[in-house]
Design a binder for this molecule. Structure first.
Ligand SMILES: *Cc1c(COP(=O)(O)O)cnc(C)c1O
Length: 403
């Protein structure tokens, strides 16, 4: 009998993973994950959880936030955020960013919340004026929270969360401010406390360089008060049941130990590189990808989906192709012929874009490998993108440094 693995041929060398999650996992993280699980009463389990929570607080710049980790993906912690802060019938405002704000909104509606959305315009960040208008219209302060997506991974657009804080403050509305940092944490600076963000959600498999399977929420004192007063029935996700204690109560059951061993190792790497250097490296690698896409776009067959250069994500770049070009074929050719793994379009962008992930454990050579493979895939499909794409990325990297 053949195993499922044998259905695919052996591929010599490495395949370059450039999806915006799951992202490339460092060897040190994979190695840490090969340790045997341990008895859950062993203090090593609690010490590892403490180290991961500490690592998250450090990256979030939130020394006094409470952190709750779950054996879950990003969608799991979206639900955790909804059920801890909102009871059925209560209102939440979700500023439009694209596919990910829509998906979170659908989930909140399914759980009985009344969701107000601001419209989004493809390729643009959050419309601050529309958020202010929605808050000002809520004269009875019924909106409990604003749920904002920092980087919408589908459109590769990053909104300015500090500017949104200021816009909310200007309305004097008391709603909690909650941010989804799944695709941005570890790639760009984030100041949960200084920016007045009451709660965040994130997940392991993007900037945190760990395989999928751990999600987290962080909450400040105000978010914890709203949680404590919230009558929504809940158990597994409940922050109040997961506050400090042995691993079995912090995870409401057995902790996903091996993923946590990996996460602890990942925070060790981030600390060794230095958080500021991690951010600078992401900015530089994104600059190289942007230089290539800019050059490719000059032939007229593709363009940046994000229309605002300052809002282009450092984590992922969505490339919109001209009607008649199949981005899935580009993606398949990159994968099958060049061993470059890129992402496709989500939601309203399905069949219209391909996406190059550039977050996590990557370096300049890997980015050049990815761009070369994507350019070669387009060339082998006869898609005209000019001669200067990879060349522009090389020039960009040659004249810049990480630090
Ligand atoms: C990836 C992502 C999610 C969903 O995470 P899953 O782990 O796939 O459930 C949520 N929000 C953003 C911004 C994301 O990029």
């Amino acid at each position: 009998m053949t195993s499922p693995k044998d259905a695919f041929p052996y591929i010599p060398g490495i395949r370059l993973l450039h999806s915006p999650g799951p992202s490339n996992v460092p060897k040190a993280v994979l190695d840490a994950m090969t340790n045997q699980p341990i008895d859950m009463g062993d203090p090593r389990v609690d010490a590892c959880i403490d180290a991961c929570e500490e690592g998250l607080r450090a990256l979030l710049n939130a020394p006094s936030a409470e952190v709750f980790m779950y054996a879950a993906n990003g969608h799991g912690v979206w639900e955790a955020m909804i059920v801890n802060l909102l009871a059925p019938g209560q209102k939440v405002l979700i500023p439009g960013t694209g596919h990910f704000s829509d998906s979170w909104a659908l989930m909140a509606e399914a759980m009985g919340a009344v969701v107000l959305r601001t419209p989004y315009q493809e390729g643009y960040p959050i419309d601050l004026a529309a958020v202010q208008e929605a808050l000002r219209a809520d004269t009875k302060n019924e909106i409990v929270a604003v749920f904002a997506v920092h980087t919408d991974t589908a459109s590769s657009t990053t909104s300015d969360v500090l500017a949104l804080r200021k816009a909310m403050d200007a309305t004097k509305h008391p709603a909690l401010y909650v941010v989804d940092v799944v695709a941005s944490l570890g790639a760009i600076p984030f100041e949960m406390e200084k920016w007045g963000i009451n709660a965040v959600i994130g997940a392991s498999q993007k900037g945190l360089m760990v395989p999928p399977g751990v999600g987290f929420c962080a909450a400040d004192a105000r978010a914890m008060e709203v949680c404590a007063a919230n009558p929504a029935p809940r158990f597994y996700w409940d922050w109040l049941r997961r506050r400090k204690g042995p691993s079995y109560s912090r995870f409401c059951g057995t902790a996903p130990q091996n993923l946590l061993f990996g996460m602890q190792a990942s925070f060790g790497l981030i600390q060794r590189e230095g958080v500021a250097n991690v951010h600078a490296r992401h900015a530089r690698l994104a600059g190289a990808v942007h230089a290539a896409v800019q050059s490719w776009s000059e032939a007229g067959n593709l363009q940046f989906l994000c229309r605002v250069p300052e809002a282009r994500s450092v984590s992922v770049t969505a490339v919109l192709v001209k009607p008649g070009i199949d981005p899935e074929l580009i993606r398949k050719t990159a994968r099958d012929k060049f061993q470059i793994l890129i992402a496709g379009g989500l939601g309203p962008f399905a069949g219209r874009v391909f996406r190059i992930g550039h977050l996590g454990d990557l370096n300049a050579a890997m980015i050049l490998g990815c761009l070369s493979g994507v350019e070669a895939a387009m060339q082998s499909l006869g898609i005209e993108v000019g001669e200067r794409g990879v060349r522009s990325a090389v020039e960009y990297l040659a004249r810049t440094t990480d630090k």
